[in-house]
Write a protein that binds this ligand. Structure first.
Ligand SMILES: [Zn+2]
Length: 273
């Protein structure tokens, strides 16, 4: 997005000041789209696509790598005690994972569902699909990540072992790469669905003809329902603790960003105290 400002949009916080006095002292997570409530999209129930929105740590709104963050009260969700701080940090990406189930509501009747990519989002999406009763399989490059799938009783295969056969009902692309989308086009069956969770800019020319020839549904998928993510964490249906690589202080932020960018590192938590 070419954003300049304070980064960070996956956070847990305590409300220290609000005109809504009942919020003060509450432990909260926050939705990241700050919306106008007045544009045509807001008024038609599509406020997460508000034409005038800012997005915490991503677009015209300073983010959470800071001691304090300002957000409208309407964005906040109070947390139950059963969701600890480490888990709460995953509410935002987990909500994005739940959005897949929301956008492809017939998933539970599907036999062949593949998640491409064993990064953090891929591993969250896979757990959410399994939780929804979907027989999901993960394709990834990292054996240690695929071992996590085994721990969760989710089937997985290394990328090198795959021979795409145009036989998957649904392919969820969490690779963040053009190659991932190309593979998804080779794996999905005619009239199947590709869900795109990758927002990485595509740097190479792609041939979209297979989408037309095979009549593929392509579903872009971004932010999702916080309530469902909080409930799933409270009920311990999703394991996020296994994704945490290290905990570092905010004043080690530059080092933490560098660490988080290394291959295989899923999540670095920044602490403010
Ligand atoms: Zn709006």
């Amino acid at each position: 997005m070419g954003f300049r400002g304070v980064l960070g949009h996956e956070f847990v916080a305590e409300v220290v000041s609000s005109s809504q006095k009942d919020l003060v002292g509450q432990r909260v997570v926050g939705e990241i789209n700050v919306v106008c409530g007045r544009c045509d999209l807001c008024l038609s129930g599509l406020s997460s696509h508000c034409r005038n929105r800012s997005v915490v740590g991503i677009l015209n709104h300073d983010g959470a790598f800071a001691d304090f963050l300002r957000l409208p009260a309407v964005n906040l969700h109070a947390l139950p005690k059963s969701v600890d701080n480490d888990a709460a940090v995953f509410v935002e990406p987990l909500a994005a994972a739940f959005q897949v189930v929301k956008q492809v509501p017939t998933l539970d009747g599907k036999k062949w569902v593949t998640v491409l990519g064993d990064g953090r989002l891929g591993l969250l999406v896979a757990q959410v699909l399994r939780d929804a009763g979907c027989p999901v399989r993960v394709i990834g490059k990292h054996l240690d990540k695929l071992a996590l799938c085994e721990k969760w009783s989710i089937r997985s295969r290394p990328l090198g072992d795959i021979a795409p056969r145009h036989d998957q009902d649904v392919v969820v692309d969490c690779t963040g790469s053009a190659a991932g989308f190309e593979l998804a086009m080779q794996m999905v069956r005619p009239r199947g669905t590709i869900v795109l969770k990758s927002t990485a800019a595509v740097g190479k020319a792609l041939n979209f003809a297979p989408l037309v020839i095979d009549e593929i549904n392509v579903v872009g998928s971004r932010c999702g329902p916080f309530r469902e993510a909080i409930r799933a964490l409270a009920e311990k249906r999703i394991d996020v603790a296994s994704l945490i690589h290290r905990r570092m202080r905010l004043d080690q932020g530059v080092e933490a960003m560098e660490l988080a960018g290394r291959p295989g590192v899923l999540k670095v938590i920044l602490t403010m105290d």
